[in-house]
Structures are given as structure tokens and as C-alpha cells.
Design a protein. Sequence first.
Length: 326
Amino acid sequence: MIEVEHLTRVFRTYKKQPGFWGGVKGLFHREFEETAAAKDISFAIGEGEFVGFLGPNGAGKTTTLKMLSGLIYPTSGTARVAGFDPTKRENAYRRIFALVLGQKNQLWWDLPAIESFNLLRAIYALPEAQYKATLDELVTLLDIGKKLNVMVRELSLGERMKMELIAALLHRPRVLFLDEPTIGLDVVSQRAVRQFLRDYNRRYRVTILLTSHYMADIKELCERVIVIHKGTKIYDGALDRLETSGGARRKIITFVPGGGGFPDTWQSRLATSTTRTDEGKFTLNVPSENVVPVSQEILSTGPVADITIEDVPLEDVIAELFQAQA
């Protein structure tokens, strides 16, 4: 469904010298700086896949989505989505994809959402019966029917995001680009949006490319992730393989002493690191092969009120991957 080959986008920016005379000099001689937001990125995504697109701020995620949407042109390389070349901006292509930007609204701020939906129906020339059926289904799935006639600016952030998703899906796209759709939402709203996207993807086999800084979004929705750093792809594969490669070599052991036996400076001989909070909770970074002996060491040292053994958090695995590429 999505084929990207050696996609590159270089931005050329003017470097203005400070002060009045710097502006005057710029009239006669300008210095420019080139920044590669995306460098030689290649990947392919099949129909119905739900793929996470990860990277730190400025890595080139949104730039790549905009190139796939036809909003900006690549400096070099090619991209095809459902057989279309996004750079041609054909109307037939615009009908089969949707782009949702979590930090940018597409709905009219001072109108009820239903008015924007009616406008989109006219833009896409949707048959009345199809439009009504799709709208009713989306409104029901997102449980937002009571807010359709409320002005968008008076909706909560979570309600606005639900309306944005409805607007993006009214024409039943085959490809959906999501750029941080849960940013700023509370836990309840995040869960509702994730549940909706999961169900919608499974029901209609829509191909979805998702960027998010919330690892809960990625873990619950995506089986495959593409990771880019400084515009370059550094990983493309199964999410569980990424977690395994980064975290299987060690575990995190956390325990709370039950009283006595554990001085503030206590350290495990077999752990990579041992830290203690002001409340007295110890956290140990332990190689996988040492989990059992370290657990025995803890329990034999003194009473323990609580102990947990966990995998390395996905956030830490991703951060270490970025640091390795720095």
C-alpha cells in the first residue's frame, strides 16, 4: 500500500546576522544553511498494517508524512501510496487517504462540528446515504453524538480530537496518516481514541501510519515500528523484537524493604546499578542471567515489603537506540 524508496527532503534556510547591520548585509550577501529533515528513507507497508513511526523531535517524522500526503515535495527519492504518486496531488489520490495532525485543526473553530462535516461531504461529493451511514457509525463508535451541534472552540481537547477523526474518516480513506493524535489528551480520552483506532483498523483494514511520543499508543496499537533519528531510518521491524533486542539482556528489580537489614548505601554485588529513592525504594538494573541470584541476595539480606521484576520500559529501549546513533 505504501512504498518509499530513498526519500530525502532538504530544507534551505536563511541565516540572518543579528542587529540592524546584519539585516543590511543580508540585502547584498546571504548565507544559507541546508538541513536534511529526511535522508534516504526506504520502507514498504502492506494493506491493513498498523505501523508505528517513531523518533525524537526533529527526526523527520512529520516531514515524511507530509511528503506522503503531497503537502511538500521530496528533494529526491520516490514514494507511492496505493499506486499513486503523492507529488502529483491527483484528486483520485486525495479521496483515498487522510492526514490527522494532533497539533493542527481542520475543523472550523467557530462552527459546530456538524457544519464542517457537511462541508466535507460537499467537497468529497459523498452520496447522502453513504455520508449519513458513515457519520452515524463514527459518532456511535466515538460516543460523541451529543456534541455535534456544539461549537468546536467550546469542546474539550478529547472531544475535538474525536471530531477530527470523524472528519478524516468521513470519505472512508484506505490510508490514514496520524501525527500524534493523542497529544495532550487525558488518560480516559487516550484510551478511547486508541480503542477506536484499533477497532476501525481491524474492521476495515485501513493502512495506518502512526507517530506518537506516548509509548502506550505504540504498544497497544502497533506490531511493527519504523524508527528514524536525525532523518535516517535506524530500525524497521517487529515491536517485540525491538523490545527484546534492547531489553532482554537485563531486567529491572524494584523492592521496598520491610524494615531493617538494608542500609541507605546498600548495593547488590551482581547488579549493574542500584539506586534508592528518598522513600526507601531500591531499583536495580540487573543482567538477565543474574535475576535469580540477585533476588535471593535481596531476600536473604533482610525483610522485604514488596518486590517486582519487570522488563526494561520501551521508552528506555528507544532512548538507548537514539543514544547509540548520536
